[in-house]
Write a protein that binds this ligand. Structure first.
Ligand code: PMP
Length: 372
């Protein structure tokens, strides 16, 4: 079966539509990062580096997280957050364990959980007014909670009350929490706060993140896991025989990039650029009656076709045909695709002129009277 991403790529190509389907930036991170990578490719490291990651990067990560994790015993560099998640799940899930996940949710999770022998147990994120809220009360018994915040695809970020509820549930049920924070630097109101920072949570939490979105280099495959020493030891055992180590010269470059970004305030610049793209997209979708939810973080907007109950593939076709913009049918983010009726995800990780073009196309005269 063809995946929704390929279907959307083909649709956009055929109709020459602006493709807001894929969640990878169409730009490549800040120039000083490229220079550091070029230096490292020339000067090395060229061979295997220690499996847990080059010392320079682990030290830079310790600084990036405010000294909350020990570089030697609590930080592991992986091939992207995807591998960190795989190693974390493999390290803590026993066959048959229930793993709570948010739904809708990132479409890699069911496969990653299945590989670890666990059973995915979805808990709903529901739209309430303009935002999404977590329905924790419905969470069935489980061993692990796999969180993701800022969240793909809804843009949800837990508020203080939700964070406290999550920590309370984890404590009452003695859950291990694996939290995917790849969008940690992308928030538009209240700053991101990891659940691991709540009292008592650090010892039961594994944080996974990466350079992919943090520095806009998804293809570099540099990620990391932060965890108390005993789980770090367990997940390093998995990592050693999966990839052994992440790309060596790029680890050195990411170390430089993290320190440079902190020194220059680049993360705030990146956020401001994303906020401008987000606002353009929200404005266009509101104007054409697609009822978008305002994301608190990450770089996606969920919106609903004005045609009640419309198949999301048909809605996407119609939008691409009528105004030359394609989103992504939400089916891939649900275990029950019927829940995705009428829903599309739009990624705003594209250059500002591309987002401006999408805005023009969505709101321009071509579409008048053609959208419902
Ligand atoms: N988690 C989430 C929620 C994502 O959206 C993505 C990328 N789309 C990833 C993980 C993958 O991250 P990485 O590139 O670091 O493997």
């Amino acid at each position: 079966m063809r995946d929704v991403y390929t279907v959307t790529d083909e649709l956009a190509r055929r109709l020459d539509a602006v493709n807001l389907g894929r969640g990878a930036p169409d730009f490549g991170g800040p120039p000083p990062l490229h220079a550091a990578a070029a230096d490292a490719v020339r000067d090395g490291p060229h061979q295997y580096v220690p499996s847990q990651g080059v010392e320079r990067l682990r030290a830079a990560l310790a600084a990036h997280y405010g000294g909350a994790y020990d570089a030697d015993s609590e930080i592991t560099v992986t091939a992207g957050a995807t591998e960190a998640l795989f190693c974390a799940l493999a390290a803590v899930v026993a066959p048959g364990d229930g793993v709570l996940t948010l739904e809708p949710g990132y479409d890699a999770y069911p496969a990653l959980i299945a590989r670890s022998g666990g059973r995915p147990l979805p808990i709903p994120l529901r739209r309430s007014g303009g935002r999404y809220v977590l329905d924790l009360a419905s969470a069935p018994p489980a061993r692990v909670l796999l969180l993701n915040a800022p969240h793909n695809p809804t843009g949800w970020m837990p508020d203080a009350g939700e964070l406290a509820e999550i920590a309370g549930l984890a404590d009452r049920r003695n859950l291990i929490v694996i939290t995917d924070e790849v969008y940690e630097q992308l928030w538009y109101g209240e700053p991101h706060r990891s659940v691991a920072a709540l009292p008592g949570m650090r010892e039961r939490t594994i944080v996974c993140s990466s350079a992919s979105k943090t520095l806009s280099v998804c293809g570099w495959r540099v990620g990391w896991a932060l965890a108390p020493a005993r789980w770090t030891a367990a997940l390093r055992e998995v990592h050693r025989f999966v990839t052994f180590c992440a790309p060596a010269p790029l680890q050195a470059a990411v170390a430089h990039g993290l320190r440079w970004a902190a020194r220059t305030g680049w993360f705030a610049t990146q956020r401001a650029e994303y906020a401008a793209r987000r606002d353009l997209l929200l404005d266009a979708l509101r104007r054409i009656g697609w009822d978008p939810a305002e994301p608190a973080g990450a770089f996606f907007v969920l919106a609903r076709t004005p045609v009640a109950g419309e198949d999301p593939f048909e809605a996407n076709d119609r939008l691409a045909r009528s105004c030359g913009v394609a989103g992504l049918p939400m089916t891939t983010f649900h275990t029950r695709p019927e829940r995705a009726a009428g829903m599309l995800r739009f990624a705003f990780c594209k250059e500002l002129p591309v987002m401006a073009d999408a805005h023009r196309r969505l709101t321009g005269p071509l579409v008048k009277g053609d959208l419902s």
